[in-house]
Design a protein around this ligand. Structure first.
Ligand code: SF4
Length: 378
């Protein structure tokens, strides 16, 4: 809550937050799951409609709380069914969220920050600079809006969003607490009930925060590798200078060892023509990942203005994939989706006006300190 009369936004609070909230009102804890069912299973934000709560409680809720979602300022549906939303947040900045339907699955790609401070050289979000972390309501708000965009909303009947990936704008582990809280809500049976195997947090490799993540949750993990050796990764993913590949892979092993089931890490590798797409690079990658239970997602680079990089040819992509497949890896080439609405991987930012001043907001990499709980400070 900010300001004397500001209302508490209940969206994005996890079950234990809500239990504490209701206890603070003198109510029983079970009100939390009642409210979650209204909000997340039925998409209801109006307290007056929550008829299994007493009138007095509903009046109290209206006085002190709200269910507030980001404002959608732009929505587009691609010819292939991909949907993209641009949402305006408090403070005037905007984020993008993308929904990709594929063979009975619906994957939502959510953002965790406005912009990103890590400045990967091939990433259009990184070029925008960093503004701020999203709070958990703003993260859950993206899912709320996507889930409600298909008409009648009732999770018990129809589920359009089956998978969620934190691969939109931002580095999720630099917004640790809010991302973990949002994951709680996504996975909770009284929340969106998404399986831990279908909820993926993708990181560029912040090792201390990755270790902490494995202590507090068991979501699936993806790493943005993009290069098979340190000199090249130092250029493409500059955070590698702080946490080089061998430290990142060791952290991946530790993460997997904390899970109660057998899972694989998803290794994201953006293929850039003439930079990291040669047969030699493929061979290096094959050898590098030999001991890691993983699947490899090859993403042909999507050019954006002034990126300085080009998309590899189809032949180069398939050659790269074959070297990995021949070695026994599951290596898929990500099909570009939503090209016509700028929703393809690495294109998020597109038409959003950049309200940040990068020179003032941007934190140079060498000045970032990441504490064990994943917070970055300059
Ligand atoms: S690839 Fe991810 S971590 Fe790197 S700049 Fe882009 S959003 Fe940030």
């Amino acid at each position: 809550m900010s300001g004397a009369n500001a209302k508490i936004n209940l969206l994005g609070m996890n079950r234990s937050d809500l239990e504490s909230f209701f206890e603070s009102l003198g109510e029983k804890k079970f009100r939390a799951t009642q409210l979650m069912k209204w909000m997340y299973h039925l998409g209801v934000s109006d307290f007056d409609l929550m008829t299994n709560m007493s009138k007095a409680l509903r009046e109290k809720l209206k006085e002190v709380a709200e269910v507030s979602v980001p404002e959608v300022i732009y929505e587009d549906i691609s010819a292939d069914g991909t949907r993209k939303w641009v949402m305006r947040l408090a403070g005037g900045n905007s984020i993008e969220t993308v929904y990709i339907p594929d063979n009975g699955r619906g994957t939502l790609c959510v953002s965790s920050q406005i912009g990103c401070s890590l400045d990967c050289s091939f990433c259009s979000t990184g070029k925008q600079g960093f503004n701020r972390n999203l709070n958990s309501a703003e993260i859950i708000g993206q899912l709320w809006i996507a889930a409600r965009s298909f008409g009648d909303y009732d999770l018990s009947k129809e589920r359009y969003v089956t998978n969620i990936v934190f691969m939109g704008m931002g580095e999720p582990l630099l917004n640790f607490d809010n991302v973990v809280r949002a994951c709680d809500v996504m996975m909770d049976d009284f929340g969106f009930g998404i399986s831990k195997r279908r909820l993926t947090v993708s990181t560029s490799g912040l090792v201390p925060a990755l270790d902490k993540l494995g202590d507090v949750t068991d979501v699936s993990l993806a790493i943005s590798l993009h290069a098979p050796n340190n000199p090249l990764r130092d250029v493409l993913v500059p955070v590698n200078k702080k946490y080089p590949i061998e430290e990142l892979l060791a952290a991946c092993h530790r993460y997997l060892s904390k899970l109660s089931d057998k899972r694989r890490i998803t290794v994201e590798y953006t293929l850039i023509a003439g930079v990291n797409d040669s047969e030699t690079h493929a061979g290096e990658l094959r050898d590098l990942l030999r001991d890691l239970p993983c699947k490899i997602n090859l993403i042909p680079f999507n050019p954006f203005p002034n990126s300085g990089y080009e998309r590899p040819s189809r032949n180069a992509t398939l050659r790269f994939q074959k070297i990995l497949s021949d070695a026994g890896y599951v290596a898929t080439v990500r099909t570009t989706r939503g090209d016509d609405i700028d929703a393809a991987c690495g294109q998020l930012v597109g038409r959003v006006e950049d309200r940040t001043r990068r020179s003032q907001k941007y934190i140079p990499l060498q000045n970032i300190n990441v504490s064990p709980d994943g917070r970055a400070s300059a």
